[in-house]
Design a protein around this ligand. Structure first.
Ligand SMILES: [Zn+2]
Length: 63
């Protein structure tokens, strides 16, 4: 007994198998992933900025 599995991909967002082209199973997943990435990038930038500001402030206080 061998079941034939049609060619499929796994969604890059939720991991579900789906047919057809593209990295996502649906527009919703595509949108969600894009938003999450953008948010993560923004959060990283903000975190980086705060770290630099604190570092500079500390250096100024010491100096
Ligand atoms: Zn999905």
């Amino acid at each position: 007994m061998s079941e034939k599995i049609p060619q499929h991909r796994h969604c890059s967002s939720c991991g579900k198998a789906h047919l057809g082209d593209g990295r996502f199973c649906s527009e919703v997943c595509q949108r969600t992933t894009g938003d999450t990435l953008k948010k993560k990038k923004r959060q990283l930038l903000i975190l980086y900025g705060i770290t630099m500001a604190v570092l500079i402030a500390a250096l100024l206080m010491i100096g």
